[in-house]
Design a protein around this ligand. Structure first.
Ligand code: HEM
Ligand code: CU
Length: 557
């Protein structure tokens, strides 16, 4: 043995299957993770272009850039793309790449099934986008009945939406089972539940939520398919069905879904913050417990999306109180993140900026969520731009900021190269300012009565709000462009990263960048929540000892 190594594997691992066939036939979790992320990027750009079209149409009153039908289609494609094809699969992508590495495992529990999950996701996306060739769905990402029934959505675009939900749903469910099996069975020796990285905790809970919420949605959209094509009447009051049933079933999926897309983002914050504050995460156990608490409560608040439908006061009050209660574990996390930064030796990297910007933004969305949870207030604000502002602060603030933070943080591990910090900071400034320019003012638009989902307006007092919001949207697009340029630049000329460029805490940094196919030749024993700190300390001690020994001093043992 020569000098102690800080990497797990020094053996060169020649990749025998190169070229594109090695990608489409792969069962390696790292390649599958990268394929997920690359596909997500494509859909993120498509969804972004749709958003720009929506904002351009709304920039000035009485605009005729888009026809009403086109507008509805683009609105539907935007929401559907962002929810089903971006913010949910992006976590499947990162989890795929990171889970085995963080756990000290050589792959996920079922590698072939894992590849299948990816392909189902891709085919689901293609099924939806193929409808662009004939006629896209136009009933919104929530596909409320009767709008989504045959009478009002006569084209097969709605079927494309349903098949997309089926395929991506299957993908997510199978993926979730895979993650759960991996987390339960394949942790490194010594990694008890209390030493598991917080990102892994959030993926575990994400996976359980996926199984509850997406199985339910799969059944729900199947009922819609039957109503549309086989003469059943689940949602048709004329045949003894109920239109409200759709809303209950959809939101029984929909609210857990919002936690599916934010919990892993919380996991990303909890991993990155302590690394750049150079201090342990504050309240590890509280954060893990809050994750479980949010998931449980998240299943009991769905009807706050339906306060304006006929419900008894007791039911209204129940869903209001539950929505308040869920803010408590969320607040615990926010408190712990702030306490983690507090008095740390903070290093303001791009990844940390995106985390802090994301937390601040998400917190503002949480606060307007509390307003909306008060049902008499919601009666005023529901279906206005206030709600659009609220959910973009939460969904974008957590998921989108966190996915870019994760990209900056783990890119060096995935590619072996660093992203430019300069471009990163420019991108962050554009994103942060652009986001708040777009969405802060939408609260005002909503408060002055602008309804959501309208395609044009003549009310000139709304012009200013909408014009500013549209400018912000283009700043966000510019920010994404800067990040994409940074990514391409880094692939060619990024500085070589080495195994552990951030001096981070978790086991993925124990492998070379990018890691060899088998991840670890030796799996270290885990003795704390921050195994890499232990490993670094140990190596430092050994090297010091070695140096003292070499220079003729007695070893201190
Ligand atoms: C403190 C936590 C939260 C509370 C109390 C809360 C409350 C609410 C309420 C009451 C509504 C219904 C407003 C209406 O339609 O009139 C709503 C809508 C919405 N919320 Fe939240 N929310 C919270 C967190 C989140 C999170 C974390 C996300 C996603 C990441 C999210 C995403 C959404 C979405 C997408 C809608 C709009 C759905 C639609 O009608 O299309 N919310 N929220
Ligand atoms: Cu909700």
């Amino acid at each position: 043995m020569g000098r102690p190594q800080i990497i797990a594997s020094a053996v060169d691992n020649p990749d025998r299957t190169r070229g594109w066939t090695s990608w489409i036939t792969t069962t390696d979790h790292k390649k599958i993770g990268i394929m997920y992320l690359a596909t997500v990027l494509v859909f993120f750009i498509l969804g972004g272009v749709e958003a720009l079209l929506i904002r351009t149409q709304l920039a000035v009153p009485d605009n005729t850039l888009l026809t009403p039908e086109r507008y509805n289609q683009i609105l539907t494609m935007h929401g559907t793309t962002m929810v089903f094809l971006v913010v949910v699969p992006v976590w499947a992508g990162f989890a795929n790449y990171l889970l085995p590495l963080m756990l000290g495992a050589r792959d996920v529990a079922f590698p072939r099934l894992n590849a299948w999950s990816y392909w189902m996701y891709l085919f689901g996306g293609i099924a939806l986008y193929a409808s662009m060739l004939y006629s896209p769905p136009e009933a919104g990402w929530f596909s409320y009945v009767p709008l989504s029934l045959k009478q009002y959505s006569g084209t097969n675009g709605q079927e494309a939406w349903i098949y997309m939900v089926h395929l991506t749903g299957l993908s997510s469910i199978i993926g979730a089972i895979n993650f759960i099996a991996t987390i339960h069975n394949m942790r490194a020796p010594g990694m008890g539940w209390g030493r598991m990285p917080l990102f892994v905790w959030t993926i575990l809970i994400y996976a359980y939520l996926v199984i509850v919420a997406l199985t339910s949605l799969a059944a729900t959209v199947t009922m819609l398919l039957l109503d549309r094509n086989f003469g059943t009447g689940f949602f048709d009051p004329a045949q003894g069905g109920s239109a409200l049933l759709w809303q209950h079933l959809f939101w029984f999926f929909g609210h857990p879904e919002v936690y599916i897309l934010v919990l892993p983002a919380f996991g990303v914050f909890s991993e990155i913050l302590p690394v750049f504050a150079r201090k342990p995460i504050f309240g590890y156990k509280a954060i893990a417990a809050a994750t479980v608490g949010i998931a449980f409560l998240g299943m009991l608040v769905w009807a706050h999306h339906m306060f304006a439908t006929p419900m008894s006061t007791t039911v209204l009050a129940f869903f209001m109180l539950m929505s308040f209660v869920i803010a408590v574990p969320t607040g615990v996390k926010i408190f712990n993140w702030i306490a983690t930064l507090w008095r740390g030796t903070v290093e303001w990297t791009t990844a940390l900026l995106y985390c802090v910007g994301g937390i601040a933004t998400f917190t503002m969305g949480g606060i307007t969520g509390i307003f909306l949870a008060v049902f008499p207030i919601d009666w005023q604000l529901t279906d206005t731009y206030f709600v659009v502002a609220h959910f973009h602060y939460t969904a974008f603030g957590a998921s989108a900021f966190a996915m870019i933070a994760a990209l900056y943080f783990w890119w060096p591990k995935m590619t072996g190269r660093m992203l430019s910090e300069k471009l990163g900071k420019v991108g962050f400034a554009l994103m942060f300012i652009g986001f708040h320019t777009t969405f802060l003012i939408q609260h005002s638009a909503g408060l002055s009565g602008m309804p959501r989902r309208i395609y044009e307006y003549s009310e000139t007092s709304w012009t200013w709000y909408n014009f500013v919001s549209t400018i912000g949207a283009f700043m966000i697009a510019l920010s994404v462009a800067v990040t994409v340029v940074g990514v391409v630049w880094s692939l060619k000329r990024g500085a070589i990263a080495g195994p552990d460029p951030w001096k981070a805490n978790t086991l993925e940094w124990f492998t070379p960048s990018p890691p060899p196919e088998n991840n670890f030749d030796v799996v270290p024993r885990v003795r704390s929540v921050e195994p890499m700190k232990d490993i670094r300390r140990e190596i430092e001690q050994r090297t010091n000892a070695e140096q003292r020994y070499r220079s003729g001093q007695p070893m201190l043992h």
